[in-house]
Design a protein around this ligand. Sequence first.
Ligand SMILES: [Zn+2]
Length: 335
Amino acid sequence: MSGDGPGPAGRDWRAGPPQAARAAERDRRVGPPRARAAGLVWRPGTPEAVGPDPAWPPVLVAEDLLEAGVVAAFTGRTGGSSAPPFATLNLGLAVGDDLRRVLANRRRVATVLGLAGRPWALARQVHGATIVRVGAAGHGAGPPAADGPWVEARAFGQGPPEGKPPLGEADGLVTADAGVVLAVLTADCAPVLLADPGAGVVGAVHAGWRGLAAGVVEAGVAAMAGLGADPAATVGLVGPAVGGCCYEVGPDVREAVGARYPAALATTRDGRPALDPAAGAGLALERAGVGEVRVAGECTVDLAGRHFSHRRDQGRTGRQAGLIALAPSGTGGVR
Ligand SMILES: [Zn+2]
C-alpha cells in the first residue's frame, strides 16, 4: 500500500486536529481497509484506529479529487456530539435527534472538509429517481431543459448554511456552482458521489433498492451531463452501504433490482437470498458510461463502530452522509 498511500498532498489536507498525523501513522500500521484500494481513504484514520471518541470526525475521502478541486467524502458515526441511539455523528434532522446537536455535527464535518459556512443542499429523500439541480442563491438557477432529468433548478431558502430547508422531494442533487455542499443521508442505502472535475460539475445520489430499480443512479449521471459533464470523464464513488453479506430480502425486492442489475444479486453469510446495493450502484454507473467507478466496500451492518445501520439498529439510529462540493475559490489548500 505504500505506493498509493498518502503523499505530502494528503498529509497537508485540512485534518485540523494535532493528533491527525499520529492517527494516520497508526492507521497505516493497522493496515488498509478495502476502501483504500478503491481510492478512498479515511482521514485522519479509520474510526477504530483514531479511537471511539475522536476529537474530529474521521471522513472517507477521495484525496485525488481534492487535488482536482472537488471535495468528496463519506462520513461515519464517530466524532460528533449526539447521544444514543444517534451517537455520535448523526447528520439527519428527521430521525428524532436534537436539532442543535445535528447542526453542530454538520458544522464539524464542514470544518474538517474545509467547507465551513457553505450552504448544504439536501432533498427530502423518497426512494425515487428525481434529481434536483441546485443553484447558489441569486445565480446558477436558470431554467431546466424542457425534458431534462431534473425537476427544476432550486435556490436556497432561509436558515443557517448547514440547516437549509430541503430542496423538494428527490433522491439526487447536481450542481455546477462552487461552494455548494450536496449531501445525501443514508443508514444502509448506498450514497453515490459523482464528479467531473474538468467540467466543474458534481452530484450526489441516494440509492436504496427502490431507487436503484427506478434508475436513480443513471438519472444522476444524466443530470450531470445536462450541466455539461462528460460521463467518460466522471468519477463515481459508491460509499458504505449494507452489504450482500447482511441484506436479506424477499423475492420481489430481489427481482426488482436483480433483473436490472445482476451484479446486485448476493447471498448472505448464512446462505439466504440477498442484495448488494453498492454492487448494483457500481454496475449502474458503468452502464451510464461513467469513466471511473470506485466502490468503498464497507458494510454498514458489519461495521457497527463505524457506521449507522437502519437494519442493524431496528430503525432507531442516525444518518451518515455522502457529501460533495466544488471547492470554493480562495480557501487555500485546494486548487
Ligand atoms: Zn455485512
